[in-house]
Structure formats: C-alpha cells, structure tokens
Design a protein around this ligand. Structure first.
Ligand SMILES: [Zn+2]
Length: 411
C-alpha cells in the first residue's frame, strides 16, 4: 500500500465547485483516498509528501478528439511516404507527447487501431488512456475518401490503423461497423458531412442517408458502444440527432435549429477549435491545397459562433483539439480558445468532467474526488487566470500522475 499526499496547492476539482486554496489530496495506490483544506490528519509513516505551494491541482486533462496516428499533417500522403513501421514509431512519439501535455486520457477519433490502446494499457509505451474507433466509416466521395476527383482507382488500402473505411448502403455500413467492433473499438466514427481535408466535398453538406446512419447506431448500440459523427452542417447534425448519434464532432455551422435538435436528442458537442487556428496559420507552409485552406478558414470563421449557440442552448459541450502532424504538441491550445466563449472554468470542465462522460468513464475519471482514479496534474500558477499556460507545458505542468503513478515531477 503506497500513500502519497500533495499539499499546499489550490485544488480545482472540476466538479464545478470553486477552487480550494491550501488544499491537499491523499492518494492510496491507484486512487484518490481523500481531499481537504488546511492541515491534513496524521498519515502513516512512509507517506510520500509532495509540496505544491503556488501550484494548482487539477484532474488529468482529457482530449476527446485526437488523431495520434496522424504524425504527418498530410494524412493521405503519409501512407504514401512512410513505411508502416515508421508510422508506428512516429505514433508512439505522438502518444507520449500527449501525456507530456497533461492529457492522461484521450479519445482517438480515427485511424488508431486498438493495438495502440493495448500498448499503453500494457505499459509498453507511456501515454494517455486511449479510447479508439479504428477506421472511420465514410461514403464514396465523403470526408473519409482521400481520392482526388480525377482518381478513379479504389481508395488506398488500410495499413496499421490507417485509411480508409469506404462503405455505401445499409448493408456495407453494417458490415463496416461490425468489422471495427470485431477488432475491439470503443466506439464507431462516421463521416456525416463534408470536411476540410477531403478533396470532393464542401463543409455545408450532409453525407449518408438517415437509414445508413441508423444502421451504424444500431450496430454500435447492439455491442454496447456508440457512434460519433464528423459533421458541420445543420442538415447533417439534424440527421445525426434523428439517428441517435451520441457525439457531434466539430459542428461549426450549427444554427439555433440544429442546436435545438441536439438539445432534444441529448447529443454531446465536441468543438475542435485548435486545429483550425493552427491549420489556418500553417496550412500554406505545410503545403496543403488551396481548397483545404479555404474550407479551414470557413470552419474557423464560424467556430466561435457555433460554440456560443451551443452554450446558450445548454448543450453538453466537450473538448477536442483535432491537431495533426507537427501541431500535435498544441493540444492545450484548445482550452484557451474555448475559454474565450465558455470562460476558463467552462473550458476546464469541458476538458475534464464532460469529456469523462463522453468516454463513459465518469465513475473513475474527470474530477478530483475520493474514490476516483488518481489521474492528476499540477500546474504552476492559476489556469483560471491564464488558460494559455497549458501551451508551455514542459515548464508549467510540474507534475503528472496517472492512476496513482507519478509520470513527471519537477516540483
Ligand atoms: Zn478529427
């Protein structure tokens, strides 16, 4: 039985409660035993004491929309330009750097297969707890179809978690979903509308029929899982809500009418603002096609408006960065961007408590409460005053604990 106490820090427990200065957290083995303020009671000899003076204690962050396998920004090209072995090694680096950024749990929204989840769970590599969907389902010409309009051959074959699950019609969607479920994914990801990094569509479109979306939901729910949908447009969001899709990814073109549909269906929104900001800034130098950059800017333009509507409608709002390639180290930027609309506490709750609900781990993760797994981070200063501090994570995140195990401690 190992006991650790973190003392003298300000606890932001992310239950929605106010910060508690001069707080302490006792950890026994993997879990949080007790929290409090002031002077803790007597602790058994051998207790490890970590002084967190001038620091804030938070639950480990959760990113509900990552792509750890996209080590290169040009996700289609990376299959052409890398051997599978190289991509796997690059992915390991991305996974480790995600934990370095204070994310102790992430939900991968496409391309990482369950093997990466297992590698982390087995301790082969350091990284956040992973929840994966494997290969996404896309219709022909949809957001998951990487072919240029001029290319008429079949899509690239799948390679080590990669690209692509094209399926059309109810029967193929069923088979596609069942294939991913057979491989042990945690949820199904479906492309329900156009996207920025796809050559044959526009953002303001819907993809898949109601029947196809319903088939994916039926198969996922039959296996006790759920569906997450990539979607921007009103029409797409409404179809997803009708089909029973649980999480809407991005949602940038949302209006009051689609927000109302989400309210009624109880779907979560996972805004992903960091990726548009970064891609808009760096897309040209990264060599992205003009069409992609135009669509990225359209999405960026509407992102704050959509989030404000979601907030006004009281939707359940999570947090995802969706960053790719060299931007993988900018996951913390999402908190600062969402804070502009939701306030700093709102952005923190999205990236902890609500994201824990999204990955269905609210019993174990997302807040600092007795009985939960000890996924904790300690940060220098006060994130409620400076949400930008997560971006300089090497210096500002002074301790990272995952399931009671100290991964980093520079206090
Ligand atoms: Zn994504």
């Amino acid at each position: 039985m190992a006991i650790t106490i973190l003392t003298h820090g300000t606890i932001i427990d992310c239950t929605g409660a106010d910060p508690r200065p001069n707080g302490w957290v006792v950890i026994e083995d993997q879990r949080i035993l007790e929290t409090g303020q002031g002077k803790p009671g007597t602790l058994p000899p051998g207790t490890e004491v970590i002084d967190c003076q001038d620091q804030s204690l938070l639950p480990g962050l959760i990113d509900a929309h990552v792509h750890v396998w996209t080590a290169d920004t040009k996700i289609v090209e990376q299959v052409r330009r890398n051997f599978t072995s190289t991509l796997v090694i690059k992915t390991e680096k991305v996974i480790k750097e995600t934990l370095d950024q204070g994310f102790t749990t992430v939900r991968d929204c496409g391309l990482a297969d369950p093997g990466f989840r297992q590698a982390v769970a087995d301790g082969l590599i350091s990284g956040p707890r992973l929840f994966v969907c494997g290969t996404w389902l896309s219709q022909t010409g949809g957001h998951g179809d990487p072919r240029l309009p001029t290319e008429v051959g079949p899509p690239y074959p799948r390679a080590a978690g990669g690209i692509t699950g094209i399926c059309d019609g109810v029967a193929e969607v069923r088979q596609g979903a069942r294939e991913q479920l057979r491989q042990g994914v945690d949820f199904i990801k479906i492309m329900a509308g156009g996207g920025a990094a796809s050559p044959s569509d526009e953002l303001d479109t819907s993809q898949y029929s109601l029947e196809e979306l319903e088939a994916a939901v039926f198969e996922a729910e039959s296996a006790g899982k759920y569906v997450a949908a990539h979607c921007y447009s009103d029409r797409g969001i409404k179809l997803c809500c009708k089909a029973g899709i649980r999480t809407i990814e991005h949602g940038n073109l949302m209006t009051e009418s689609s927000a109302q549909a989400m309210k009624e269906s109880g779907a979560f929104l996972v805004p992903t603002m960091a990726t548009y900001v970064m891609l808009s800034r760096m897309g040209k130098e990264l060599g992205l096609p003009d069409k992609f950059i135009r669509k990225i800017n359209e999405a960026l333009d509407k992102a704050e408006n959509a989030l404000a509507i979601a907030l006004a409608f009281g939707l359940k709002i999570g947090s995802g960065s969706d960053v790719l390639g060299s931007m993988q180290v900018n996951k913390g930027l999402e908190l600062a961007l969402q804070a502009k609309i939701m306030g700093p506490m709102g952005a923190l709750l999205a990236a902890t408590k609500t994201n824990a609900e999204i990955v269905r781990q609210e019993k174990d993760l997302g807040t600092i409460e007795a009985g939960k797994l000890a996924d904790l981070i300690v940060v220098k200063g006060d994130p409620l005053k400076d949400m930008g501090l997560f971006q300089n994570y090497r210096e500002n995140i002074t301790l990272i604990m995952q399931g009671g195990r100290i991964y980093k401690n520079i206090l």
